[in-house]
Design a protein around this ligand. Sequence first.
Ligand code: ADP
Length: 488
Amino acid sequence: MVQDKDGDSRGEVHRNWIGGQWVKGPEVIANINPSNVAEVVGWYAKADQAAAQAAIDAAAGAFAAWAGTSPQLRADVLDRVGTELLARREALGTLLSREEGKTLGEGIGEVTRAGQIFKFFAGEALRNEGDLLDSIRPGVRVEVTREPVGVIGVITPWNFPIAIPAWKIAPALAFGNCVVFKPAELVPGSAWALTEILSRSGLPEGVFNLVMGAGSVVGEAIVASPRVDAVSFTGSVERGRALAQSVVARGGKVQLEMGGKNAQVIVDDADLPRAVEITAQSAFFSTGQRCTAASRIIVTQGIYERFVGALVERVAALRVDDALKPNTDIGPVVDMRQLQQDLDYLDIAQREGARLVIGGQRLRREAEGFYLAPALVVDSAPQMRVNKEEIFGPVASVIRVADYEEALAVTNDTVFGLTAGIATTSLRLAEHFKRHAQAGMVMVNVPTAGVDYHVPFGGRKGSSFGPREQGRYAREFYTTVKTSYVAA
Ligand code: ADP
């Protein structure tokens, strides 16, 4: 492990990785465990603007050579990274759960997914095919090929500390781009561990760079730099929109994944136990801190009483505790700011006339942490703030509707469009919902959250901007098309 002593009582400070060197920062980030706020998971060097600039320069300097490498070399690098992530999934999953607060099973699952993503894009490096057509002019051939874009700025949020970086970094490198990676300040541990693996993977100096630090400093520097050709961002709507304007204004390419206000529809003919399980999973697992989480539960009146009764029972049985304990279903909220936001929305919902039927109170556990009992609100109306704004916590609200048609209308009555789910045994309704839900991803009898790594991920309306991420579709953002006309 490449760690270093900073010479003071903090012990090891994990450095930034810039131009093939481990670089100290002027300040240090303390990585706090949300399951036990007295525990520092690790200390991480905080990059400043000059460090961000150095990383951008290193990436720009490395680009021409990296873009010209054999796809076999890129495939081998990505495959090695994937293999190591999979081999170390338990240790890395533990680190992830300690810094983010999702359960150990979810943490290990996320690292596994990151490993699979690297392996998938190892293959994609070798499959960057183009088109060959006859020109309309005699004796001329037309080739359509894809080339790397250049330097990619990767800016990521805290809720998937290794999977989101993986699904941006792996395709960027696969197609011959260089990367400047800025993780969220709350979760530098997984980002640093991934970087440490990448640092030993055979990448030439400068191709991949890590700059941990503040969004307003390091993030801004990446966004503003004319040497950064494209920025892939996942985070809040407000931040994403502002960032996109800056990148587009200087002619850069941008891809955004932002919020959601995802609907889970339950219709009268749904299989009740299955509908309850899907809803509990979608709304509360990973502490509800997934952009694909269901936060609006839309239920038709024939099943309403039975469904809500069974869901309350299921929520009451969820065990909220330290992320690393083996029986924990739901870990803590990520930090105090997010916990306060969850509590504020519960207040707002009740002031607007909705009724809290279970949960919503802070919980005491062995150690002091940001524990919140999963909360379910009923008697909520579509226009209430709790049904309009993203909360991003273990908080869901139930909306009662007359029939499927009303359920679909309410599903689409949102500025977001990431995922939408329906629980039904009717093929007709499933087909209709699949076609008419205004969302990038539609789920029939499966939770709204929890997606595969080999197929496109992304939303419509205010949830996303730019080409889709993941699967074969990732190539759209990480390459640029060239059309060549050749006369023999
Ligand atoms: P979240 O609440 O999910 O962290 P944010 O949009 O606040 O959402 O943060 C997502 C990422 O964007 C983080 O890495 C954050 O540091 C970064 N970020 C925040 N402010 C800026 C900014 N002004 N420019 C670029 N990146 C930023």
